[in-house]
Design a protein around this ligand. Structure first.
Ligand code: NAD
Length: 309
């Protein structure tokens, strides 16, 4: 099986390092220093138990170097780069090839479908976590199940890549409930990402400090109300409790939005809390807490260069 992973940041590098010993993998990313380090030394992967390994993987900044006949293009760029990544994937995919997104947030699948056609796009959700330690170096930061949405026309192909992921150490299941998958992860990201970035704290603080927890729960409540108005049931009896559990289970982690704010990169706020605000406006569900979080993150993005230390 030939796989192109487009977006070789933390998650792309983790999946690339684990899949490369099992099949033909290419990593594609515009970040030259990182790709050069992988070409020279392979990926240095730090496993969950602290052990490290070096894995040789094909890596390039030039999507044309991948060639064609790709069975799966896995999109692991940030959401604002999804259209570009899908355009890179288009000429790589063989007839019957599929593109998979396991990005966070709402709307990546639709952006990919605009470029590639809905019949070639697959939604996944992964609760694995990864952190970049430097060019060519990635740390596996957390493990949990991965789900891939399937439909009758593609079940066999999805089954095959799910088996490959499982062999690579990413326990993977198929699901025919796409909305529940995506919104289940979205609600948690809505509660954790923006607040950790604004407060500059690790995830666990949101569960431990009463005022932070109140904000987290208010953001989550709005997201659940929007989901309900769309006719979507999130896969938890108590979304507040589930978000607290995740914050505690990942207590020592810095969220990716915090990492982005600290290094002055754009965040994925538009597809996380911003998606709740947009959908809320469309469906008549008030989302004042999420609107405030969106304004605060956008203000942080816009003022990074002038920040007082
Ligand atoms: P990332 O920030 O590690 O990488 C994203 C892009 O940023 C890469 O394409 C890379 O080129 C660029 N980049 C990163 N560091 C850079 C640097 N120092 N200099 C120049 N360029 C740099 O992104 P990620 O965490 O792998 O996330 C990819 C997608 O997966 C996102 O949609 C995210 O929400 C989702 N996701 C992430 C995690 C996680 O634990 N990281 C978990 C689940 C889903």
């Amino acid at each position: 099986m030939k796989i192109a992973i487009i977006g070789a940041g933390a998650m792309g590098s983790l999946f690339g390092a684990r899949l490369a010993p099992l099949c033909h993998v290419w990593l594609v990313d515009a970040w030259e220093e990182h790709i050069r380090a992988i070409q020279r030394d392979g990926i240095q992967l730090t496993n969950l138990d602290g052990s490290t390994q070096r894995v040789t993987v094909n890596a390039t900044t030039n999507p044309e170097a991948v060639g064609d006949e790709v069975d799966w293009a896995i999109i692991f760029v940030k959401s604002y780069q999804t259209a570009q990544a899908a355009a890179w994937a288009a000429p790589m995919l063989k007839a019957g090839g599929l593109a998979l997104t396991m990005q966070n947030g709402l709307g990546n699948l639709e952006v990919m479908a605009d470029v590639l056609g809905a019949e070639r796009c697959v939604q996944g959700v992964t609760s694995h976590g990864a952190t970049l330690l430097g060019p060519g170096q990635v740390r596996h930061a957390g493990a949990a199940a991965t789900y891939l949405a399937t439909r009758p026309a593609i079940t066999e192909r999805v089954q095959r890549i799910a088996e490959l992921f499982t062999r690579a150490g990413f326990e993977t299941h198929l699901s025919d409930n796409l909305d529940s998958l995506v919104w289940g992860k979205l609600v948690i990201n809505v509660g954790i990402n923006a607040l950790t970035a604004i407060l500059r704290v690790r995830n666990g603080v949101l569960a431990e400090v009463a005022s932070a927890r109140a904000l987290m729960e208010a953001a989550v409540d709005e997201a659940v109300a929007v989901a309900r108005a769309r006719g979507i049931t999130v896969p938890y009896a108590d979304a507040r409790a589930r978000t607290r559990e995740v914050a505690l289970a990942t207590a020592a982690n810095c969220s990716s939005m915090l990492a982005d704010v600290l290094r002055g990169f754009p965040t994925e706020i538009d597809v996380i809390n911003g998606a709740i605000v947009r959908e809320g406006a469309r469906l008549g569900v008030p989302t004042p807490v999420n609107q405030t979080l969106v304004h605060l993150i956008k203000a942080l993005e816009a003022t990074h260069a002038g920040r007082v230390a």
